[in-house]
Design a protein around this ligand. Structure first.
Ligand code: FES
Length: 138
């Protein structure tokens, strides 16, 4: 991403932070998206990690951290915030989210697979039209 594009994305409240873009830095790889009204709009063509089953990216907006995972049936979009104590979860690359803080595990649809977390991740509604995946944030 060029600096000017990064600045534009940060100005509108969506984007990746410095070296975290594309997985080059610490933490989960972040995708590129834009706000479309109150929703988050993601171009699959600009986020090719989501083109293949098992691919996942983190999208950070003001007030939301949303993980999007490509599944065999479409896309799953869940909060990246662990329900145990608020750490940011990480996708294991194939089947589940893992929390680096205390070891909770969640399925791609947010269901708890292993505690200590006792509640599922928040699920965001998503809709794919053409190349654009829209995540309803409200
Ligand atoms: S914050 Fe995730 S398991 Fe504790």
């Amino acid at each position: 991403m060029t600096v000017s594009r990064r600045v534009v994305l940060q100005t509108i409240g969506v984007g990746c932070v410095a070296s975290a873009c594309g997985g080059a830095g610490d933490g989960p790889p972040e995708g590129i998206a834009t706000m479309c009204g109150a929703d988050l709009c993601i171009s699959i063509g600009e986020n090719l990690e989501l083109a293949d089953v098992g691919g996942a990216l983190l999208f950070v907006t003001k007030g939301h951290k949303v993980y999007v995972v490509r599944t065999t049936t479409g896309f799953s979009s869940v909060s990246a915030i662990c329900t145990h104590a608020g750490c940011v979860i990480e996708w294991n690359g194939t089947t589940r989210f893992e929390c680096p803080c205390h070891g909770s595990q969640f399925a791609s649809d947010g269901i708890v697979m292993r505690g200590p977390a006792g509640r599922a991740l928040r699920v965001y509604t998503n809709t794919l039209v053409g190349d654009t995946l829209t995540i309803t944030l409200a």
